[in-house]
Design a protein around this ligand. Sequence first.
Ligand SMILES: Cc1cc2nc3c(=O)[nH]c(=O)nc-3n(C[C@H](O)[C@H](O)[C@H](O)COP(=O)(O)OP(=O)(O)OC[C@H]3O[C@@H](n4cnc5c(N)ncnc54)[C@H](O)[C@@H]3O)c2cc1C
Length: 570
Amino acid sequence: MVRNPSAYEADIAVLGSGASGTHGLLRILALLTDRMSSTDDMISIAVIERDQQFHSGIPYGHRSGGSSLLISALESFLPDRERSEFIGWLEERREEMLDWATDGRTPDSTLAKLMDRDWILRHEDEVRAGRWDDLYLPRRLYGQYLSELVERAVEAARGLVEVDFLHADVNEVIGDGHGGAHLRERNSDGEVLFEVHAHSVLLAIGSPPVRSLAVSDVPVDAGRATTDAGSATVDDLLDTGLVADIHTPEIEHVIEKIRVRLESLPAEKRTILLIGGNADALEFLLASHRLRQDTGARLSILSSRGRPHYWHHDLPGEQASTPILDHLFATAEAGAPLRARDLHAAVRAEVTAAISQGNVNSTIAALITAVGSSLRYMDDFELCSMATDHGVAISDLLRRAGGDSLDFLTDGIADGSITCIPGRFREAHVREDMLFATVDQLPGSAPNPGDEAASNDAQRYPDHGYAVIVNGTGFERVTDTRSPLLRQMLGSGTVRASAARTGLSLDEKFQAAPGIFVLGPLIAGHHHGGSAYWHIESVARIIQLADAVTDSLVTETISKRSMRQPLLTS
Ligand SMILES: Cc1cc2nc3c(=O)[nH]c(=O)nc-3n(C[C@H](O)[C@H](O)[C@H](O)COP(=O)(O)OP(=O)(O)OC[C@H]3O[C@@H](n4cnc5c(N)ncnc54)[C@H](O)[C@@H]3O)c2cc1C
């Protein structure tokens, strides 16, 4: 890991090198190349990342497995222009994929590190026909693609812009009083291990860490595992059967540790409890497919909704139906202001109707488009209400799933190896060689396999033992976070949490503080100029916002540079 103990000066610091930091960097390089001439002084950019890998973040690199797939088909993953360029890149690798599928010989290129051969075998027809848009692609392909884009962009900007890629786990960002900031990593004794002073910062650190689970009697505090403990502590937890975060240190390591644990137990004890019904749950389902087949492990998925309404394949010929929303929009079109809470109620009613009519997926697709266009009927107050409250609840209703993970789920439910449990996790504790989970029952549900006869009145069921418990409960709120950097920035008053508590309070240029521009999930809760942002996680949305955020950042950087210039040259 490259460490820079001495202070380092940069015009721009990009903090975090996931999809947000990388798309931000690509836009910054393009804008600077357009706006600068060869007689200008070079602009320096420092990209700072704590992980060993740049340009991929959690979803698109080593922390996610070769088996991890996009959560949507490629068609809705990227905007048109970016998608067609990415498809061009995929086309260049098509023959290699097909050869690998046919002869089984692992290619010498990076391809073997980016995807599983099994995936090609499952989708050989689509790959052969170039039907990329329909595919839920291995996510690491996109990380590799991004790193090649960065390499080319840095080369194209050579002579105008100098980019350094630095490793550090920054835990302090403090404004310099002149619109810039000092970014530091300190050790537990307060010594500075790394420092950059930047005139502008692109803060692209992703979501806060995943929530911690209430677990007692484990060798170490489960909550520390994903933040300030080393991998030995994570391994201690994994040895106990507790997966605090499926991507720490990386999903393939987690799966191997689970395999060792399951194989050490007799067949009847090989049980896994997966808590949460979100994207991480489907991710684990996919990543653990072969492990569960090999060990005969049974998987129980605990979610407040049991099997979430969107964990179903499209039904043949199903058609969207949104009469309540159509009526609401007709009223808005006639001049009545649209209220966020009415939109939320209409979406809930449409989804409930779709569940009973069996046209959930098509209706959700139609509702997503409709909600996107509904903001034009809202005034500033209602936009704020969307950004801070109703938008999040609507997104929760309009989640989508599909592809291979859904195939594995459906097959597992059919053959009895997967059970969906409606209920809420309360706590777990270690007893002998198992983890015992306490689950609160939700009305009309039976929390554990075999408890079907349980009374609907019961609030809580007897503890049930599992070999492995997997946390898939999603991210912390900014206001509850254990992230040392966010705590320092919030605690020092450098930034403030948004009213939604899921992101940071921003101005119209997406600045959380003078010179600190934000891109990615921490935009959640912001509203401005006819737009409201309640969920900024999809790559398509990040790309869209990268334009607006970096335009302000680059304008400001160039103007700061020109103001400093007389001082620098005198
Ligand atoms: C498992 C998973 C699957 C997903 N799949 C999809 C998908 O299929 N399609 C889609 O559109 N979206 C998907 N998403 C949404 C995803 O959040 C975005 O696509 C995108 O990855 C967000 O990028 P980011 O750069 O903001 O965050 P991250 O990917 O989290 O990257 C942030 C980076 O900042 C670094 N960092 C954080 N703090 C510090 C610090 N203090 N110092 C130094 N470095 C730091 C981290 O190490 C990380 O590399 C998925 C998300 C997850 C978690």
